[in-house]
Design a protein around this ligand. Sequence first.
Ligand SMILES: Nc1ncnc2c1ncn2[C@@H]1O[C@H](COP(=O)(O)OP(=O)(O)O)[C@@H](O)[C@H]1O
Ligand SMILES: [Mg+2]
Length: 312
Amino acid sequence: MNAVIELTDLTKAYDLPGGGRLTAVDGVSLQVSAGETYALVGESGCGKSTLARMAAMLVARDSGAVAWSGQQVSGLSRRELRAIRDHTQVVFQDPAAALSPRLTVAEAVEEPLRIRGRAGSRSVDALLDAVGLDRSMGTRRPRELSGGQRQRVVIARAMALEPRLLVLDEPVASLDVSVQAQVLNLLADLQREKGHAYLLIAHDLAVVSSVADRIGVMYLGRIVEEGPADEVITRPRHPYTQMLIASVPVFTPGQQVSRPPVVGDPPSPTESRTGCAFADRCVAATEICRETTPEPRTFGSVLVRCHHASGG
Ligand SMILES: Nc1ncnc2c1ncn2[C@@H]1O[C@H](COP(=O)(O)OP(=O)(O)O)[C@@H](O)[C@H]1O
Ligand SMILES: [Mg+2]
């Protein structure tokens, strides 16, 4: 299947105000096909949002390549790039920040169409229906809505231009746990209907496990494990993935949720280092891990950057 978007070896570093450089994304490659949800998970600060913004062309990459439907974007005209931008919509964590307090729900949902001179070409009511909001909500303002309703408005607005790719950067992280599953189910329903490609970002593996087709685990700017979601979850090969999975809450009826803590913190992204970036936190680390950066190794359809990963 042809990928909707293919990122190859993307890199992004930021200059620090006090001098020095911070490498936020360090050679990441991934691709997302129509109808597929690629979930990118990793702790806060590992570079997920920077990668998301490069995929959505909101942030310029330092190096690497972006291809749309097999075409390199670097060779496209402004007009073609504009079309791709319309086909790429982003949903961020905080729906309140994404919505103007002055616009009604109907105005917010229609705005992307209006800006392009296409108001009325799609029915606002149909967009509200699609995200499970009552049509009567159209006259309300964001402050009159709950967090979950606001994020539905943001999603309806993103759907207005019929995007092929949705970049979802922690779309449920600001919502009550009880509402998170509803919004994720809504996104899954819309995808089944329309065949969008989703790049879904989360710091919490539990959030994505039910909707992801593929999972990429990011650590300090790199993808350390990637593969089909069920395989990564049931048989994590990288010790970091294993730690993330061990921290997913276990629900036992009648008992409190138990959630073992994630141990330690990632090293600073401003320091250059040799060896595996996870070595200091890894129970399995040996001499080679501190000396040599692990190259990606494949086990069937799973890719792992760990000297000690095994096929079994
Ligand atoms: N505009 C910026 N200027 C400088 N540093 C940044 C900027 N944006 C992000 N960073 C740094 O880049 C790293 C990755 O950040 P980010 O992509 O937001 O990670 P995540 O979304 O996984 O939390 C962090 O160390 C963060 O502090
Ligand atoms: Mg982020």
